[in-house]
Structure formats: C-alpha cells, structure tokens
Design a protein around this ligand. Structure first.
Ligand SMILES: Nc1ncnc2c1ncn2[C@@H]1O[C@H](COP(=O)(O)OP(=O)(O)OP(=O)(O)O)[C@@H](O)[C@H]1O
Length: 636
C-alpha cells in the first residue's frame, strides 16, 4: 500500500507548528511565573502582619505563613510542569516522531499512534505523540503485523496491527516515509548505520530491533544477563534500558537510584550524550574498580584492587563451626567473649559475629569498637581454615559481610563489558546490591583477561536470584565483510552464526609488514573527515606511533583509559585495552602477527575485539617495523 505522503506531511506540519507555538507559550509562561515568584517574595518580606505578641496573633501569623507557603508550592509546581513540557517540546522539535502504528482495538476503525522520543499531549490532553517507552510502542518494536497484543498495567491487551510506518523527519520537513514490516531491510536502520561516527555514541530509539526490544523491556525484577556478539548493540541496549526503566518506574526511581559500571573513563564519556538525548539525566557512571576504591575510602580503607577470594570467604563464614577456644583470636576483651558464648553455636560464624557486633556497636570502648583495626588483627585465615594471610581487600570484604553492608539506595545497576569481571567481583556485586535490578551485558568472545568469568560462572554468582539469559547474534556495527572477518576469531564460529545486516563493503587490507614511516605517510594522505583508529597491542607502541604522527598530522590524538574524550574526527592512536567497546569508521591494527595477538590463551579474543572495532574499513599490519625501541607485547 502506498504511503499518502501529503497527508503525512500535513500532519507533521500541524504537529510541528503546535510544538513551536508551545515553546513560545511556555517560555512566556515561565517568565511570567518567575516574575510572579519575585513579587510574591517581595510581598512576603514587606508583610507587616507578622505578629507574635499574643496567642491569637501567633495563630494568625502562622496561618498567614502557611498560606504563603501554599502559594509558593503551587507556583513551584506550575514552574516544574511548564519546564518539563518545554523540555519535551525542545527535544521533539528537530524530529517530532519517528514512527506510526495503526491499531484496531474493538471496533473496525484503526487508531493511529505516533511514536517519539518523549510523549506530548495536545490542549485537550489527547496524546499527540506517544513516548517510545509507552506500553503501546512495544507493538511497533516487536514487529508483528496482524493480531498481536501488548501489556499495560499488568493486563494483556489484544490488538490488530494494520500499519507500521517509519519516518525520516527534519524539523517541519517530512523527508521520507515507509510502510515497513520486515526489519531486515529496514532502510532507516541502514541509513543510521552508514553515518560517519562522531566519537560519541548515539541513541537508537528510532531503529531498535525486535531482539533488542525484548532486552530493553525485560522484567526489572530479575538478573538479566546478555551475551551478545561484537557490535550487536549491547551498550546501546543497556542505555535504552536505563531510559526505559526510568520511565516505567518514574513514580519511585530517578537517575540517582541508578549506577552504571563501564570499563574506563573514556568509555563513560563516549556514552554520556545518549540519555540526555532521550530527556533523561545521566546516572553515576564509573569503572567498577573506581567505585570499589571509593567504597573503601568511605570506611577508611585504601584498597589496591577489587579482587579476592570472596566466594570462598563467604562459604567459610557460613560453614565453619567456631568453638569457644578460638575466642581469643576474635575478641581480646571479656565482653566480646561473653557475647560470643551467648550466641547459638549451631549458627554459622557469620550470623554469630553479626549478632555480637551489633551489641558491641553500642559500646565503643570495646576492642571491636574499632572494627577496622580489629579486622586486621584477627587471624581470619586460621579461623576460616583457608590459606593465609588474607589480603587487605579480602579483610575489607569480611568487614562488609559482618556489617551486612548493602547499597540499598541503588534500585538498578547496569554493567557493561561484564565478561571482564572475575567471579569474585560478581560475588561482591551480588552482596552489595541485593535489592537492585541487575543488567549485565557482555560477550564471552571478548574476554581480555585470563581471570574473566565464564557465562556459567556469571550465572552462578547470582544463584539466589531469578536470572534470565538473552543472546544477540546480529552485528549492526560493521560491513558484512568485516563481520565475517572478525567472526572467524569467535569460539566455535559455525555454531554462533554471527550475522551482519550491512552490505558487503571492502575487503580488509592486509600488509605482511609495514614500516612506521609508511604508515605515517598513508595516514597523512587519508584525510577523510572520518574517525580513524590506530589500535596497537600496548601503550608503549601507541606512544611511539603517536610521536611519529604528530609532526605531520594536525588531527591526531593519543588515548588512554583516563583520557577525557574521543575526538569527533581525525586519527586516534590507542592500545587495544582502551579501544574495547569503542568504534571507528576506519581501523588500522598494528602487530597482528606478533605474540600479543597470537597468545595461545587470549590471542584469539584479542583478534576478535580488535577486528570488530571498524564500521567501514579495516587495515591489518602483521608486523609494524621501524619503531624506535623494542616493544612490549603484554597489552595494557
Ligand atoms: N538497532 C540499532 N539501530 C541503529 N544502530 C544500532 C542499532 N543497534 C546497534 N546499533 C549501532 O551499532 C553499533 C554497535 O553498537 P554497540 O556499541 O552498542 O554494540 P556492542 O554490542 O556494545 O559492541 P561491542 O561489544 O563490540 O562493544 C553502534 O554504532 C550502534 O549505534
């Protein structure tokens, strides 16, 4: 069926004009409210009726203050409401909506729903634009034409989807409109993927695919573990899910109740525009290691790392039966020993100690009053019957367990690059956030540390909670040729069946050997306005390439994990450990045949990660020669 383009353009014109008019009206309204606020404050301060002389005067005065407060509250509420609506109008003005679905409910007449990045209502409170997170939008993303249903307020609503239309819009201009049912040839998606990268991740609201939608909208009450191939949209899906859950739980959650763990600071910057583009504030986003160190500081501990035998410690604390003889190890004072004797010997050590510490907490003069000092004096290894001595981090873990410390203010925790977490770090996370909704996304083929948890270990870390695993095997990032190339490095690629939805593109260019001088020359002559990543095995090589490039290239940047930001275009030189999670229009990999990439344990994963960073072209240099000094080959 043909799209009635003129009718759609006319609809857009009406909506656009309404948005523009609303922006003008709300801006004027906010100015007037501010003026009103100023006048109100003035009138309160010059109010001479504040009189506290007699009881009746007091009552009058309090009543008048109360009335003033009510006026201020009402004014603030109006300001908040106008501000929110103005923000939404600004967000929608460049692209009022991206899709339309026509649904038939009970009657025969289809009802049209336009979907945008946020919802917007008309003067009579009718929904002109539906938020992409609204229940009804699920029908659009799930991509089922005909009889289907969606869930709203816990009820399944049967509907018939008669039309699924996509739009390309620029302000008041409708550029394109397609009636589209099958996602695989989705022209809007392909156009979005063909755009040059800008050094900043973009939201994918208009083109979320059905399998991604299922993850974004998955129930928050479970641990969600996503294993997805490189470029399958794990990070994008994670961020869209943050926005989705913030909308779904908007009565109780705000960005302050959310935490995102990223691999490093550059990555945190790389994703920082996505949530604001969806009208949401950024939650605290930081590397897990930094979070853990900050947690230590809160207790006065300086922690070297976030690893330890946490699971083992837990098991022993729960299993070891401690008799009275070991009391001297635990408490040097009578009170502690007495309390210990009063606890039930059948109970696990952890429970008994928690009871005692709660009592001792009221008596700061006891030996256990200073828990920190006490913990390091106790010979935990002997008591718990494990090999000692315990590291500082392990002692800290015991402290957290004894204090039963949780971060209950965090309602949802999101972890990217989850494959790099050790089983112990996941155990720690499980303990710290017992009530949080957990979303972990990772790729078992991208494990870059020998200590990374397997999928089974990941699942086992959360064995007390309901857990759902999802898989993504379509790669959106790269051309089909590049996807086939990196797919060969996956474990068991035949079974995994990685697919690309993009066209073939250029074959990777492979140099057996290339000198640094030639590389500099090549890079200097490819001035494309695109983002080009030169990925080296280690920091040292990155530094050497950078030094060689600097004199002849204006737009060249070196990147470490702590760097503030990716540039928008030009050449970026960085080690693989930092490139993880990022993407570039063009990628040059150096030293692909050296021991770093040929390592028997991690080499294949390194090749997979490195080769999957490119969206358009991939150049591989097996051996980069002419470097000033000998190179390390150990990665970060
Ligand atoms: N549905 C989609 N619509 C448009 N673009 C998409 C979609 N899904 C993914 N992309 C794009 O594909 C690229 C890869 O996405 P993303 O970085 O989220 O993948 P990833 O699985 O986290 O990758 P990796 O594990 O390799 O870091 C990004 O440019 C993203 O914008």
């Amino acid at each position: 069926m043909q799209v009635d383009f003129n009718a759609e353009q006319a609809h857009l014109t009406t909506i656009y004009q309404y948005l523009v008019a609303e922006i003008a009206r709300l801006t004027a309204k906010l100015a007037a409210l501010q003026q009103q606020g100023r006048q109100l404050k003035q009138s309160f301060s010059s109010d001479t009726s504040l009189n506290f002389e007699t009881i009746s005067d007091n009552l009058d005065t309090f009543a008048s203050i109360e009335a003033n407060n009510r006026q201020i509250d009402a004014l603030n509420a109006q300001v908040d409401q106008a501000n929110m609506r103005l923000q939404a109008a600004h967000l929608l003005k460049p692209q009022a909506y991206f899709a339309r679905v026509d649904l038939v409910f009970d009657s025969d007449t289809p009802e049209a729903f336009y979907l945008g990045k946020v919802g917007f209502s008309g003067v009579d409170e009718t929904n002109l634009i539906y938020d992409w997170r609204a229940p009804v939008a699920d029908v659009y993303y799930a991509n089922r034409l005909g009889a289907t249903s969606y869930q709203a307020n816990g009820r399944q609503i049967p509907v018939t989807l008669t039309k699924r239309r996509q739009f390309v819009i620029q302000g008041s201009n409708l550029l394109q409109a397609f009636d589209n049912q099958v996602a695989i040839n989705d022209p809007v998606l392909l156009a979005a993927l063909a755009v040059n990268r800008s050094g900043q991740m973009q939201d994918i609201t208009a083109t979320i695919q059905a399998e991604q939608n299922a993850i974004i909208r998955a129930n928050a009450a479970q641990v969600l573990l996503v294993d997805g191939v490189a470029g399958s949209g794990k990070t994008s899906v994670l961020l869209q899910r943050v926005a989705y859950l913030l909308y779904q739980q908007r009565q109780t959650w705000s960005a302050e109740n959310i935490l995102i763990f990223t691999p490093n600071q550059v990555f945190a910057k790389y994703i920082q525009n996505v949530l604001p583009a969806l009208g949401e504030s950024n939650p605290v986003t930081l590397p897990f290691v930094r979070y853990f160190q900050q947690l230590g500081q809160r207790f006065g501990w300086s922690l070297p790392d976030a690893t330890g035998r946490f699971k083992l410690l837990d098991q022993q604390l729960q299993q070891v039966v401690v008799n009275v003889d070991v009391l001297t190890h635990l408490f040097q004072d009578d009170l502690g020993q007495r309390y210990f004797q009063q606890t039930d010997p059948q109970q696990p050590l952890l429970r008994r100690l928690q009871v005692i510490l709660r009592r001792l907490a009221d008596k700061p003069s006891t030996a256990a009053g200073d828990l920190t000092a006490w913990l390091s004096q106790v010979d935990w290894a002997t008591i718990l019957k494990i090999a000692g001595p315990l590291t500082v981090t392990e002692q800290f873990y015991i402290l957290l367990r004894l204090q039963n410390y949780h971060q209950d203010n965090i309602a949802a925790l999101f972890i990217d690059e989850a494959q790099d977490y050790t089983p112990d770090q996941l155990t720690l996370i499980n303990q710290l956030f017992p009530k949080a909704s957990l979303t972990l996304v990772g790729d078992h083929n991208q494990v870059l540390k020998a200590t990374g948890a397997t999928l089974a270990e990941m699942a086992a870390s959360f064995d007390q909670r309901p857990l759902v695993q999802k898989y993504l095997v379509t790669s959106y990032r790269a051309t089909a040729t590049i996807t086939d190339f990196f797919a060969q490095f996956a474990d068991n690629p035949k079974a995994l069946k990685i697919q690309s939805i993009q066209s073939q593109g250029q074959q990777p260019q492979i140099y057996e050997q290339l000198s640094l001088a030639t590389l500099v020359q090549e890079l200097t002559s490819t001035s494309t306005g695109q983002l080009l990543g030169v990925i080296t095995p280690d920091n040292q090589t990155a530094q050497q390439v950078l030094v060689a490039l600097k004199p002849s290239l204006a737009q060249v940047t070196g990147l470490t994990g702590d760097s503030p930001k990716l540039p928008t275009s030009g050449v970026v030189v960085l080690p693989l450990a930092v490139a993880k999670g990022l993407e570039f229009d063009q990628v040059v990999l150096t030293d692909f045949a050296t021991s770093f990439y040929q390592d028997p344990i991690l080499g294949q994963h390194r090749r997979y990660v490195a080769a999957s960073r490119a969206t358009k072209t991939l150049t591989i240099i097996n051996r980069l020669t002419g470097l000033p000094t000998s190179k390390a080959s150990t990665g970060d």
